[in-house]
Design a protein around this ligand. Sequence first.
Ligand SMILES: Nc1ncnc2c1ncn2[C@@H]1O[C@H](COP(=O)(O)OP(=O)(O)O)[C@@H](O)[C@H]1O
Ligand SMILES: [Mg+2]
Length: 224
Amino acid sequence: MSNIISAQNLTLSYERDEEIIKNVSFFVKKGDFVFITGPSGSGKSTLLKSFYGNIKPQSGNLLIGGLDMNRIKKNKLQELRSHLGIVFQDYKLINEWTVERNVVLPLWIAGYSNEIQKTQAKRLLHHVKLTGKEQKYPLELSGGEQQRVGVARALAKNPFLILADEPTGNLDEYSSNVIWDLLENACQQLDTTVVVVTHKIPSVFNIPYRHFTINEHGAIYEVH
Ligand SMILES: Nc1ncnc2c1ncn2[C@@H]1O[C@H](COP(=O)(O)OP(=O)(O)O)[C@@H](O)[C@H]1O
Ligand SMILES: [Mg+2]
């Protein structure tokens, strides 16, 4: 199974009469790094939501990691999500929790021991260069640092697929480049498949990537 994402004649809509993504077909292979661009409102976030099962196909087929998103049961979907790393534009950290607890949230949910959580928090925070910030709270960090916590959390359970929706949308160029570096790294060194929605592809990007764009009619084209 080398296709991590397989979409065939996929149509997505919130209301029956308004199709957002229309009859699109594409494949994403293991280890691919994919950028998705397109005008605001074209359906980029909607497409990403379908990948983590937040919206079901209206018609057509969608397989994520071999699982049929039309038929997936609630417990299977939960299991699938535990193997995905999701990064949001607004970080979605729990502001009442320390950085350390935020990072290991997926491990806590999975029932790992406190000891493992501690060790992993240390490793992950070192990876995103936030060693020493374990006991800080999200709002005591800069936006760029908060997003690094977001990426560390996404990596916590070695996801096979990372989905990021405008992860650098709120960040300056320097902080954006740190996030791009981390995502490049995940793809190259951990062989994770990465799909990123962005309005701007970084000018410096060091690994090969694919580029899909969605037009205002909900069609998808592969630019390269
Ligand atoms: N929860 C929702 N219910 C109904 N319509 C929605 C919902 N979320 C998004 N939409 C609509 O779907 C279209 C695509 O939205 P979205 O996927 O967020 O676009 P993008 O991420 O490309 O800016 C827009 O017209 C938007 O208004
Ligand atoms: Mg969006």
